[in-house]
Design a protein around this ligand. Sequence first.
Ligand SMILES: Nc1nc2c(ncn2[C@@H]2O[C@H](COP(=O)(O)OP(=O)(O)O)[C@@H](O)[C@H]2O)c(=O)[nH]1
Ligand SMILES: [Mg+2]
Length: 353
Amino acid sequence: MLKESFIAPTPNDAYKLAIQKYGSIDNFKVIKASQYKDKDGKLQSEITIEVDEDTFKRFAGIDEEEALLEEISILKAKMDRMKEVLQPKSKDNSKLDEVKNILIKRGLNESWVNHMLDPFAGTQVAEDKALLLSFVLEEIEDSITISKKPIDKRVNIFVGPTGVGKTTNLAKIAAWCIKKGVKSEQIAIVNLDNFRVGAYEQLGFYAKSLGIDYYCVDNPKDVQNLMYQLSNKELIFMDSAGSSPYDLDKLIRMVDVYKQSSQKSSCVNLVISGASKYVDLKDIYEHFSFLNIEKTIITKVDETRNSGNLIAFLLDTKLPVSFISTGQNVPDDLQIATKRAILEHFIGEVNGK
Ligand SMILES: Nc1nc2c(ncn2[C@@H]2O[C@H](COP(=O)(O)OP(=O)(O)O)[C@@H](O)[C@H]2O)c(=O)[nH]1
Ligand SMILES: [Mg+2]
């Protein structure tokens, strides 16, 4: 025997449904009748009948084989629905690829971009360009580091390739410290770059206009003597040349001496141009890494349309950024680094501005 239920608003209507299906009361037996409230609070009546298999098939108008096929097709439809739920909802990754291309074209590292965005492939997020971009920007914002205080050591040395903006930004930063309340008599500027034509005069000019004492040394012994001489100064800024292997060797020896004589209260600042390519930035970083770089100062952000290179470098090295130089004007074109300031250019670039 098979059991079957009929549901209607009243017991009488439920009963009528059973008669409608099986023709006469003689073809089935009512074994249960009950009432309940459905999810909308409406009263429903349910009757359960018993019917033998032959009658069921006769009135259903199907033979056994058909019943089986029907059952299989119902199961198949059910499985398809389950697959739909389990499977990624979207197969269209064209927007995802578009976003990846924009980011890579703007200088971000391809493997980093893939690592960030591939998990979204085939999902609904993959169809939303704005969502994908904001996800990546948030990841960048979380991962880059800003130094807690831009200047927190007594002796600060500026290293980096020639022409990157070490001398001009040293002057801007010294001016910023004066603005923040350090007396100019409490500051000293030291030039380790006295070989280059004009290097002495350039920094000397800035020092004089800021009222800061200015010194020039070119060997480790003189560095040591000068550090003793300047022991009463609150803040010391050191400029360097250091591009050729000879310069670098000398710089390493001088920095070694000044680090020893300044008893750990010293900081090596790597000055890099925000307009440089990723591979060049990595080369520069490796070139100067012997000096234990603590912070980085980014210059020439006004000169680039591909700041993704810089961001890729910062994501890679995790170097804390202290200042950002936005132009040639001394002392005005200088900002304290913020994540926003670093991302601002990049956001403009990825949005095609
Ligand atoms: N556009 C632009 N030029 C800059 C910036 N910072 C420095 N410069 C210029 O880059 C050139 C080299 O600067 P300098 O300080 O002498 O570089 P150094 O060789 O590293 O000491 C100068 O003409 C500066 O005015 C900047 O943020 N933006
Ligand atoms: Mg210089």
